[in-house]
Ligand binder design. Sequence first.
Ligand code: MN
Length: 169
Amino acid sequence: MRLKLAAYKKKRDFKKTPEPSPKIKKSAKKNPLFVVQKHHATHLHYDFRIEMGGVLKSWAVPKGIPPKPAVRHLAILTEDHPMAYAHFHGVIPEGEYGAGLVEIWDHGTFTNLKKDKKTGAEIPLKKSFELGSIELDLHGKTLKGPYALIHFKDKEWLLIKMKKKSSKG
Ligand code: MN
């Protein structure tokens, strides 16, 4: 289990950075969390993180969250982050990994939308991740509604805002 955050740990000196230490959380029954952090690093980007298996699966999105459907934004898979990172904001000092201001841009919970087309059964998030096709309904302050993450190649994914299905009746 510790291996999950090994990359996170290796990149950071916790005596120097105010970021959370690498702890894996036991899965709770509450709705899973997501967070979007605006990260003023060498290159401004947005970090999109979703709770999965006791850690935050993380993508760096240079152009930010797509504002409307059919716009695809490149999302680069980065190392898993500890759950406590969902509440982290502050300044990573000069010379440390990811130096710069981290702001919480949005946060909330999400529900997994991915269903087996034949049976209608929910596909576990981890499975969707492995298959490279994730669909989430975000319940944030700014972000509300369905978004998809589609694996493209290597660490490159595409973040897409999906069209809301019109609810009739
Ligand atoms: Mn970042």
